[in-house]
Design a protein around this ligand. Structure first.
Ligand code: SF4
Ligand code: SF4
Length: 179
């Protein structure tokens, strides 16, 4: 037989009243954001927020700038960035292939902290200001060296239909342009 719950006891402990109070509070917040003209709910992907430069989104690798120091993979706190070995052939010395190492990224693990970009001494890594790309398979989130060098496009931009907003300090979301 289930134990008897005394309403008086619950009320005294604050459990019942606290529960009702926090539910009412949650509902009030929901209503507030429903009617607030500054709410940040958008009809994504037809509408999206364009983040300012410095936003830590997807990362792009510029192989020509890389000196293979591995600082990016060493600093990564989630082991998302790893070095891979490749064999390169210099056209001037085709008989002497060189072993090089370059970073690749696994977006299953990346937390977009940006440490790798900050630590790179040659600016061979940079962020794009978004990370709203959806992958159908987990395996697709593991970039190959070739994929890591291609700057991704936002889905809405590639479909050519966005209405773009940006965040204005004090004013909230401001419509910037219609695509
Ligand atoms: S952004 Fe952070 S978590 Fe992602 S690869 Fe770079 S260092 Fe690692
Ligand atoms: S820190 Fe920069 S230069 Fe060094 S391996 Fe990484 S991308 Fe290349």
């Amino acid at each position: 037989m289930p134990p008897k719950v005394s309403l008086k006891k619950l009320a005294r402990k604050g459990g019942l009243f606290d529960g009702v109070k926090s539910n009412i509070h949650a509902l009030a917040i929901g209503v507030k954001y429903l009617v607030d003209p500054q709410r940040s709910t958008l009809l994504y992907p037809k509408e999206y927020i364009e983040h300012r430069p410095g936003y830590r989104g997807f990362i792009v690798f510029v192989k020509e700038k890389c000196i293979s120091c591995a600082a990016c993979s060493r600093i990564c706190p989630s082991a998302a960035m790893k070095m891979v070995r490749v064999t390169e052939i210099d056209p001037k010395h085709p008989d002497k292939p060189r072993q090089k190492q370059y970073p690749v990224i696994n977006y299953q693990r990346c937390i977009f902290c940006g440490f790798c970009v900050d630590v790179c001494p040659t600016e061979a890594l940079y962020h794009v200001p978004f990370h709203d790309i959806v992958y159908e398979n987990l395996a697709d989130m593991f970039m190959t060296l070739e994929q890591f060098q291609v700057e991704p496009q936002r889905p809405a931009v590639s479909e050519g239909l966005p209405v773009v907003y940006e965040v204005d300090e004090g004013k909230g979301l401001v419509k910037r342009r219609r695509g």
